[in-house]
Design a protein. Structure first.
Length: 133
């Protein structure tokens, strides 16, 4: 069973919001893009809108889907990630569940210790292959 996950690339000029997992979560202290599991009855944009409200306290306008990829972890877990651009949101950004949240210049994304599932996408964004400048 592959877990379906929606993630948001929240963009502010040259920066993208990155979130660090707590030491108590699976894959502790790894960096990721905000989002989460797509629940039954939701499509990916609906799930992402709900997750961003829960995790960051913002009402997001979900933009275009820019990537979809599958990743199989060594422990046998598998995820299918759906990445969407988020350029507009309402509300004050709040860190509700993460150890840290940080605006990072796209060219510096690879300096963070991202989840394995996100690494190729991070490389593509940092190289300017994804997301128009």
């Amino acid at each position: 069973m592959i877990k379906q996950v929606a993630a948001g690339l929240i963009v502010r000029g040259q920066e993208i919001l990155c979130c660090q997992r707590t030491e108590y979560q699976a894959l502790p202290l790894k960096w990721e893009f905000p989002g989460g599991k797509i629940e039954a009855g939701e499509d990916a944009p609906q799930a992402l809108r709900r997750e961003l409200e829960e995790e960051l306290g913002v009402q997001a306008e979900i933009g275009i889907k820019i990537a979809q990829l599958q990743h199989h972890y060594q422990n046998g877990n598998a995820v299918e990630l759906h990445f969407f651009v988020v350029e507009h949101y309402q509300g004050e950004m709040q860190n509700r569940i993460f150890r840290d949240i940080r605006w990072v210049n796209r060219r510096e994304l690879a300096t963070l210790d991202f989840l394995d599932a996100d690494r190729e996408l991070v490389r593509q964004i940092a190289a300017g292959e994804l997301l128009p400048l």
